[in-house]
Design a protein around this ligand. Structure first.
Ligand SMILES: [Cu+2]
Length: 149
């Protein structure tokens, strides 16, 4: 009886210590994940410059052959495809030409079949320069200069 009581006591102490360790671990992991989400939202809110552009595709042509944006801007393109039964998109590349070549994809908007509108959002390159945009379906007919300044 005396040994059993002592043995039970050791078991209870061991359990208590085990619970404390588990509780401490749970607490510390909880607080570290809270810290992570806080720092993420702080860095996101530092984005300041943004620009909204309207771009229309009609008769297998864009209504603009030059689009100019500030470097690193949050770009919103309100895209209007007016061509019934024809798919178009807006895609941005490092370089390209109306011979059909394009390299260095920066943003590739999803295709939409007209008549339909969509909104594309992406971040403009941080480096100033002249980039290349086109419709991927019509790479020799629908192209333009995307100027970052
Ligand atoms: Cu097109």
């Amino acid at each position: 009886m005396k040994i059993n009581a002592k043995f039970l006591g050791i078991i209870l102490i061991t359990l208590a210590i085990g619970l404390m360790i588990t509780g401490a671990t749970a607490c510390s992991s909880k607080s570290s994940s809270t810290n992570t989400s806080t720092s993420t939202s702080t860095s996101t809110s530092t984005t300041s410059n943004s620009i909204t552009i309207s771009l229309t595709a009609q008769n297998t042509a864009f209504d603009k052959n030059t689009i100019t944006v500030p470097a690193g801007a949050a770009v919103t393109i309100n895209f209007d495809n007016k061509d019934t039964g024809i798919s178009h998109n807006f895609a941005l590349y490092q370089t390209g030409s109306n011979s059909g070549s394009a390299t260095g994809t920066i943003f590739q908007g999803k295709l939409i079949t007209g008549p339909q509108t969509t909104v594309y959002t992406f971040t403009a390159p941080a480096t100033a320069g002249t980039y290349f945009f086109r419709c991927d379906v019509h790479p020799t007919m629908m192209t333009g200069s995307f100027i970052v300044q």
